[in-house]
Design a protein around this ligand. Structure first.
Ligand code: DCP
Length: 665
């Protein structure tokens, strides 16, 4: 079966840049006296001196390894300095490392498309920069090639008796070389410069691989460490892969790599060359088969994504050996901690990057006390994410219960009864499906629209779904403290929603508590009645009544059928016909244009959808806006009366700040 194959004669210039012993460098920058000393960073756990999570290069010379415990490291290297990873809420607090990683990313992203692949590594697409350099100032026309670039390791370079440095210089200056090699030479000069800037501005060293695709660049960046770079010309690829153990290849470290070894007798990537694409497809499926066929030839068409921010946020903790959790209350305690951290990070992301996450996922690892042979995995579960610590905690616990029910089969809800049946050795919560909030007036609509989606699951009836399996490079419980930049929580499905109007009012309450008196009038009674009539259950009605005192402007925004946009001199009513299978809401976000009439677009999918109503901007009592802080008022007014839009209105930022600063949002 043919599968689209990327061009083997790839002429892109891709770099993979990896920080050297990253946590150690961050600690050494904090405490400069540690520089030059054998150093390692250990987990807070005090058992046998804690587990090593990062080992400096000076300590590696003594044989210290990441798999060791502190006491063991002391034995092989008595002078080693063990630095504790910062702790918050009884678990590793990686904020300082994340921030240090961001500093580096902001420098590395200066020369081309940049994808932050993990807490300490990025991919860069330098094709354009290299082409420009080749056209305008090729290596042979430069005053000199930097020392850092001349220290590059160029794979497959023939030394011919000359010094390596001279050969590398000759390679850089070879004006009649293959165009692709010339591009790589330019890429190597650019990367050397970037690494130098990183060192100058942050004091961190990093290593790099420069090649024609991501796979080769990643392989190369680990070949010469620390503080070095390796170039992979096309002509060297075959030889490189010929002897490369399959397990060294990204994505072949696990079961697939083992199957290649055991079932096909493939030990090196080059060994794969003997199998036809059809044979590999037959054995491993069409996509994996083709992927294996491609990597055997050094082919990888994966693009460098334009992404400086993580794709998801995760917070997790392992509970090895006797620390395993065996009661619901202990699970709940830890879930609460993890959710609190996750919630903080989400609010930080909202504040700093104007992004919101839409899916909450719970992963756990467990074993059964009465059936230790069982290989059954604890199923990961996900649901729409509601903002607010308490809501995330509540939903995470429900996800846990859903997973546990499935894991142990018949499940007794009462904690006493399920005691001694299972043990949890790892827990993590992650937030994914992160989307940006567009700036300006548009953001108001989008923001509330998204908030509707993320915040309206009923607390008693959370709809959970199995989460997609983790990617090999994603978050895993053995390493739960890692931030997640790759697609580890690939929730391929949106959870069907159980949104109700009653729940929206709950959001309103969260948004603006403490200002209830006198606000009923701000949403005209007729509209309140109308909304009330649309509520099906008594419970919903009661809740709605209770919520009457909430700020009407918020209710207005949260009313799923009440989004109005001034538009080109006509009246239009559009109404969502139903939720898509993916659970996405129809979006009719139109930029307001100065005009006289109103277009109404209903957004939402609940019980009152069929009774959509128009809401005209001139029906809004102006006093309603007074509830809001001045900068929010300005933005909302500008939306309602675009012709009066003040030049000074700061687009998009105030509204995000206002809501993100609400702890109970
Ligand atoms: N890390 C961790 N737990 C792990 C692996 C890594 O906490 N099991 C942290 C500590 C590392 C950082 O992530 O400093 C980056 O991991 P790397 O695998 O890139 O290793 P280092 O940067 O420490 O060393 P190297 O120079 O070999 O890349």
């Amino acid at each position: 079966m043919p599968v689209a194959r990327p061009e083997p004669s790839d002429s892109r210039v891709i770099a993979h840049i990896d920080m050297d012993c990253f946590y150690v460098q961050v600690e050494q920058r904090k405490q400069p006296t540690l520089r030059g000393h054998p150093t390692a960073v250990v987990q807070y756990n005090s058992w046998k001196g804690g587990g090593l999570i990062a080992v400096g290069y000076e300590a590696r010379k003594f044989g210290v390894k990441r798999s060791m415990r502190g006491d063991e490291a002391k034995k092989v290297c008595p002078d080693i300095q063990l630095v504790q990873v910062p702790v918050a809420r009884g678990k590793a607090d990686l904020g300082v490392y994340r921030n240090a990683g961001s500093e580096v990313v902001s420098i590395l992203s200066r020369k081309g498309r940049c994808e932050r692949a993990s807490i300490d590594e990025v991919y860069l697409d330098l094709t354009e920069a290299a082409e420009t350099m080749l056209a305008e100032s090729p290596p042979e026309r430069l005053d000199g090639i930097s020392e850092e670039a001349l220290k590059s390791h160029v794979l497959g370079l023939h030394l011919d008796g000359a010094s390596t440095r001279d050969c590398v210089r000759a390679w850089f200056l070879m004006s009649d070389a293959d165009h692709r090699d010339r591009l790589l030479a330019c890429g190597a000069i650019i990367v050397a410069e970037l690494r130098h800037e990183v060192l100058k501005e942050t004091e961190f060293t990093c290593s790099a691989g420069i090649a024609h695709n991501k796979m080769l660049a990643k392989l190369a960046s680990g070949m010469n460490k620390p503080a070095q770079q390796t170039v992979v010309p096309l002509s060297s690829v075959e030889k490189l892969l010929e002897s490369l153990p399959v397990k060294k290849m990204k994505q072949l470290g696990g079961k697939l790599g083992t199957s290649l070894q055991v079932d096909l007798g493939v030990n090196t990537v080059g060994d794969l060359l003997q199998f036809s694409e059809e044979k590999l497809q037959e054995r491993y499926g069409i996509n994996t088969g083709t992927w294996l066929w491609n990597i055997a030839r050094g082919i990888c068409g994966e693009e460098v994504e334009d992404r400086l921010l993580p794709k998801s946020h995760g917070s997790g903790k392992t509970f090895p050996g006797p620390q395993a959790l065996k009661t619901i209350s202990s699970v709940q305690k830890w879930l609460n901690e993890l959710c609190e951290e996750l919630s903080e990070r989400l609010l930080c992301d909202l504040e700093e990057n104007k992004r919101i996450a839409r899916t909450l996922t719970l992963h756990a690892s467990a074993y059964k006390l009465n059936d230790s042979e069982s290989l059954k995995k604890f199923p990961s579960k996900s649901c729409p994410l509601r903002y607010g610590i308490a809501k995330i905690q509540e939903d995470a616990l429900k996800l846990f219960h859903a997973g546990l029910r499935e894991y142990i089969g018949i499940y007794h809800v009462r904690s006493k009864e399920c005691k001694h049946e299972w043990a949890i050795t790892g827990l993590s919560v992650s937030a994914s499906k992160i989307v940006g909030i567009p700036s300006g007036t548009h953001s108001i609509m989008k923001y509330f629209h998204n908030l509707n989606q993320t915040s309206t699951t009923t607390s008693n009836d959370i709809c959970t779904q199995d989460a997609a399996p983790l990617s090999p490079s994603g978050l895993h419980l053995a390493d739960p403290q890692m931030d997640t930049y790759e697609d580890e929580a690939r929730t391929r499905h949106e959870t069907p929603s159980l949104y109700t109007v009653a729940d929206e009012t709950e959001v309103c309450k969260g948004l603006k508590s403490g200002s209830e008196s006198g606000l009923v009038s701000e949403l005209t009674q007729s509209k309140m009645d109308f909304l009330g009539a649309g509520l099906k259950s008594e419970k919903q009605k009661k809740k709605f009544e209770k919520e009457k005192g909430n700020p009407s402007i918020l209710r207005f925004f949260h009313s799923p059928d009440a989004f109005s946009f001034p538009e080109h001199g006509r009246v239009k009513t559009c109404q969502e016909s139903g939720a898509s299978s993916s659970g996405d809401l129809l979006q009719e976000n139109k930029q307001p244009i100065a005009g006289t009439s109103i277009s109404t677009c209903s957004l939402g999918r609940n019980d009152i959808r069929n009774d959509a109503w128009s809401y005209k901007s001139d029906e809004i009592d102006p006093t309603v806006l007074n509830e809001l802080p001045p900068e929010i008022q300005a933005e909302v007014r500008a939306w309602l009366h675009p012709e009066k839009r003040a030049k000074s209105v700061k687009r998009g930022s105030s509204i995000v700040h206002y809501f993100s600063s609400r702890a109970d949002l």
